[in-house]
Design a protein around this ligand. Structure first.
Ligand SMILES: *Cc1c(COP(=O)(O)O)cnc(C)c1O
Length: 386
């Protein structure tokens, strides 16, 4: 028996939707991409949504649309996938990190406030902060937004883990406390389009810029052009963009999956409730809950509690893998990656993140996990911790 840490769920309706596109006139970006964008924007209560071939592309384009460039700084949390930081480097900006709050494992608001204060005195404020909702649990967006307003910083929510979640009774993605929110549709995430991502915003000019940037920086709208079109074939390249387009084939899968998103997130919550109950007596720190939020629950990360066990994380991890449990680790602190170390980051820079990294194990969490699977994971964990 092998149980992965995450797995997609594909139904006959998904397959039929993809086959319909394959038999249609459009394979790449066409009417189904637009339909998918409208559906996600409506679901998340945002005005605009721009689909792209990955969340990584969406983060890059979001940074460009916000004007991030050489001489600027982007800040994010060290406990995230490398893409949350790399998007700053793609734009020629420099990247720095703000340590996590060990209680929430999201970016620490107090540390952010202190760092902004110092940066402000030194004239080194970041242009953009990428806030990550780790495991799907929303960060303290209200407080972070207030700081961003105070210091004139733009905010991107990397909500790759969090579609389907809520914050202060509103869907994550409504951008009430950010400029742009990004979702990922990678197969291990909440819903999938194979590969894919989307950037949501309530700002029409940001939306327009992101739409151009995902397709070579080109516009066909006469209103955007520097002069009257030469003819019906005419388009203008207005900025340096990329080919980051999603295909209609992928959008059909994503759109079909979106029909089941609330069922998926509810199933994740049922599984988390079982884990919370069955793992409660073990020497583990279980995921915490933001009282202002409803998590998308992309991941279920437990931490070995050093006050309660002397078992090493590596031994526990290996034993679970040997038992056919596809445990994983989210994440290696980004600043400890060799590429970031070469910029001068070192051990000790963000102690809470590094401490979390020493303790964390991601255990299986996906809607298809059965009661027997859960019991097996719990039993194996209990044995490994003995
Ligand atoms: C998965 C993920 C990404 C990248 O998503 P892709 O769609 O694979 O490019 C970015 N940030 C976080 C936090 C992620 O988990």
């Amino acid at each position: 028996m092998t149980i992965p840490y995450g797995r997609q769920d594909i139904t006959q309706a998904d397959i039929d939707a993809v086959v319909r596109v394959l038999k249609s006139d459009f394979l790449t970006q066409g009417p189904v991409v637009e339909e998918f964008e409208r559906a996600v924007a409506d679901y998340a209560h945002a005005s605009f949504a721009v689909a792209m071939n990955s969340a990584t592309s969406a983060l890059h384009v979001a940074c460009l649309a916000l004007g991030l460039g050489e001489g600027d700084w982007l800040w994010t949390t060290p406990i995230t996938f490398v893409a949350s930081a790399n998007c700053g480097l793609y734009c020629g900006a420099r990247v720095d990190f703000v340590d996590i709050d060990p209680a929430t494992t999201n970016i620490c608001v107090a540390a952010l406030e202190a760092k902004l204060k110092t940066a402000s005195l030194n004239g080194l404020l970041p242009k953009v902060i990428v806030v990550v909702h780790l495991s799907g649990m929303p960060s303290a967006m209200k407080e972070i937004h207030q700081l961003a307003q105070q210091y004139g910083v733009r905010l991107i929510e990397d909500a790759s883990h969090a579609i389907g979640g809520r914050y202060l009774d509103h869907p994550i993605g409504n951008c009430a406390f950010s400029d742009i929110t990004v979702f990922s549709f990678h197969p291990v995430k909440i819903i999938t389009s194979g590969e894919g991502g989307m950037a949501l915003t309530n700002n029409a000019s940001l939306a327009k810029s992101m739409m151009q940037l995902r397709s070579h920086g080109i516009s066909r709208e006469p209103d955007d052009m520097t002069h009257v079109p030469d003819g019906p074939w005419y388009y203008q390249q207005l900025q340096l963009g990329y080919n980051y387009r999603l295909t209609d084939i992928q959008a059909a899968l994503g759109l079909s999956q979106l029909d089941r998103i609330d069922l998926y997130v509810a199933a994740r919550h049922r599984i988390a409730a079982e884990y919370n109950k069955q793992l409660a007596d073990l020497p583990l720190i279980l995921p915490t809950h933001n009282p202002d939020g409803y998590s998308g629950l992309h991941l279920y990360v437990v931490r070995l509690d050093p006050a309660q066990t002397r078992r090493s994380r590596l031994d526990v991890f290996n034993e679970l893998r040997e038992n056919g449990i596809g445990v994983n680790l989210h994440y290696i602190p980004v600043h400890l990656q060799p590429y970031y170390r070469s910029m001068g980051f070192a051990n000790g820079d963000f102690p809470n993140a590094e401490n979390y990294y020493e303790q964390a194990i991601t255990i299986p969490m996906f809607p298809g996990l059965t009661a027997e699977n859960i019991e097996y994971v719990v039993t194996s964990m209990r044995q490994a911790l003995n």
